[in-house]
Design a protein around this ligand. Sequence first.
Ligand SMILES: N[C@@H](CCC(=O)N[C@@H](CS)C(=O)NCC(=O)O)C(=O)O
Length: 205
Amino acid sequence: MIDLHTGNTGNGQRAAIMIEECGLPYKLTKYNLQKGEHKSPEFLKLNPLGAIPAIVDRDAPGGKPVVLTQSGAIVLYCAEKSGKFMPKDPAKRADAYRWFMHATTDVQPASSAIFFVGNVLPDKPQSAVEGFEKRLLGHLKECDRRLGEAEYLAGELSIADIALYPVIVGRKALIDKTGGMPNLMKWFERMSARPAVQKAMKALA
Ligand SMILES: N[C@@H](CCC(=O)N[C@@H](CS)C(=O)NCC(=O)O)C(=O)O
């Protein structure tokens, strides 16, 4: 059994979707970030940074529970544990690595930066918001180009698609304003129709 500690944010959704897609048994504890529930002494024992998501795998190999933070690390851990969403074909696997990193180190940070400069910084500098929006859209255009060649980023559903999906959920309005990215939007519909994705998103809503 995996204890999943998470909330309704992009990083939080990423972990929930992956666990649900892998079919791993889990118990969900939801955190309300507005109420500061992720800063409780109990949660800080799991992640001293006070950031969701975190998991505790009580059936970890080796017999000792594994405590893990970082949504990307949780995706990789669950892929290894379940044997799912990591392509067997080496070339596709290399693509999965590439697009997973694109989602977690280019796309997600640009999206997080929009939130940080536009909501957290006291002066909310508009030029910085627009700069990060442009950066995010540039990275998403590259996903759109790729999804014009293949149904999924690595040629089959993989860790990369699961890593990217929550950012598109959160930035759909911005993408719609561009009026473009038809391949990304078709992929988004395919992903949104998946029962496991719907179940995870509903559980967090
Ligand atoms: N890189 C981390 C980021 C985790 C993160 O920043 N989580 C946010 C919610 S999306 C959070 O809990 N922020 C609260 C805080 O840092 O105080 C991940 O992917 O898990």
